[in-house]
Design a protein around this ligand. Structure first.
Ligand SMILES: [Zn+2]
Length: 430
């Protein structure tokens, strides 16, 4: 310390300042030129309490660089956005950043997804048509129905790389009663994903693995289920090695987020689909080291992954999409969270919480009485008030005969939205 003090006098000081300026400039330049890429993984049907019980050294290593978070699925319990804790329903909430009342996938039949709520893949491709996207999946419907590869409804979105269809190949993967073949399929998916990341390095990839849910359904809370999670952890270790290889060899900056689509029942862990705490209880493991105060102090939802990926990849989210997005970015600046709306008589009582208590900015309150977005049209929003964010509350007139009132709170850094239906739904419990 003393040596340093003597050195920084006179020319020494100038030299230190000059060289540190140079260092900062070089670092900043290196950072902006790093290509950013994302992998998100859904490992099916693992409640948070089970993941926390089983040894997962590989996922721990990722969380050590970034974060482990408890999370939730299922939308606003007992509200208009309540969402079944069912697989494809959860996947589509991740893909679109919306709950089932919008994306319209209610079960694994995937009968009629509403493609007017674009997936993160379409958001990305709309801005970077030459960027590459990939789906590595133990279930083919994920690409063909949810992502909508090549479909007219997705404006013929092209998935550049994919590995799936293994569950349809009964020659290579003969179906056995124990469903060991599903583990072998997950392995084939991971083989393809790790090779794909190492060689093609798609900009945005989805890896989906099924075996954990199969063991959950067959054996519930059991050794078999825990063993399936150990397999998953080893697979995540291989994926993480492929990512580290790209980072070290090609200087890219990767984000990985691993999550699950639902928990399991309290009784024996076999079932899911309803709204109990354990069925809604999920988790995220991410390499992101810089999550903001929102997931640090509140439980994030599966819908938060969409805007987080968008932020990480510097995607512009058009206003009409951000007004419908049910998620909140987990990185970067966030103005407000915890929106609650209560309709009574001819008033709407709106509450929110500023993430930074000393925030001096304002919140714009927008209202629309149409839901044309649902069918691909535009909604006209009226600016009804602009109030200091620190007030945390506003009362606005409400024409309670309207079948739907969509309210958007627009902060400096993020927007929140809630709907009020006529008659008004019960207050949210989330
Ligand atoms: Zn599932």
């Amino acid at each position: 310390m003393i040596e340093m003090k003597r050195y920084v006098r006179g020319w020494g000081l100038a030299l230190v300042l000059a060289s540190s300026f140079l260092l900062v400039t070089v670092c900043a330049a290196a950072q902006t030129t790093k290509k950013r890429k994302v992998v998100f993984v859904i490992a099916d049907g693992i409640p948070a309490d089970v993941l926390e019980k089983v040894a997962t050294p590989n996922m721990d290593a990722i969380a050590q660089k970034g974060k482990y978070l408890r999370a939730y699925v299922g939308g606003g319990k007992e509200t208009y956005s309540e969402t079944p804790t069912i697989s494809a329903v959860g996947y589509n909430s991740l893909l679109t950043g919306t709950w089932a009342n919008k994306h319209n996938v209610w079960d694994n039949d995937i009968a009629d997804p509403n493609y007017n709520y674009p997936t993160i893949f379409r958001l990305y491709k709309n801005q970077f048509p030459s960027g590459k996207i990939a789906v590595y999946s133990s279930w083919t419907d994920n690409r063909t129905k949810l992502v909508g590869d090549g479909m007219a409804q997705t404006k013929k979105l092209q998935v550049d790389y994919h590995a799936d269809g293994f569950e349809l190949d009964t020659v290579r993967f003969p179906h056995d009663k124990q469903r060991d073949y599903m583990h072998r399929i997950d392995e084939a998916v991971i083989d393809a994903a790790t090779a794909g990341i190492r060689q093609q390095a798609p900009d945005l990839s989805w890896v989906y693995l099924e075996y954990t849910d199969d063991m959950g359904h067959m054996y519930g809370d059991s050794e078999q289920f825990h063993k399936a999670i150990a397999y998953l952890d080893a697979q995540m270790g291989r994926l993480w090695s492929a990512i580290r290889y790209r980072e070290q060899k090609f200087g890219e900056e990767w984000m990985i987020v691993i999550t699950t689509d639902h928990g399991r029942g309290e009784n024996d862990g076999k079932d899911h689909g309803a709204q109990s705490d354990r069925q809604r209880s999920t988790w995220m493991v991410t390499s992101l080291a810089n999550v903001n105060a929102y997931p640090n102090f509140r439980k994030p939802g599966i819908v938060d992954i969409f805007p987080t990926i968008a932020r990480f990849m510097n995607l512009r989210v058009p206003t009409d999409i951000s007004r419908e997005t049910d998620g909140i970015p987990m990185i970067g600046a966030v103005s407000l969270v915890d929106m609650r709306v209560n309709g009574f008589q001819n008033k709407l009582d709106i509450e929110w919480t500023p993430l930074d208590p000393s925030d001096k900015s304002t919140v714009k309150i927008w209202v629309s009485n149409s839901n044309n977005y649902k069918s691909g049209g535009k909604d006209d929003y009226t600016l009804v008030a602009e109030v200091p964010i620190s007030r945390q509350h506003a009362s606005i007139p409400w024409h309670n005969q309207n079948p739907i009132t969509k309210i958007v709170l627009e902060g400096t850094h993020n927007s929140l939205n809630r709907w009020v239906m006529n008659p008004p739904p019960p207050a949210e419990k989330q």
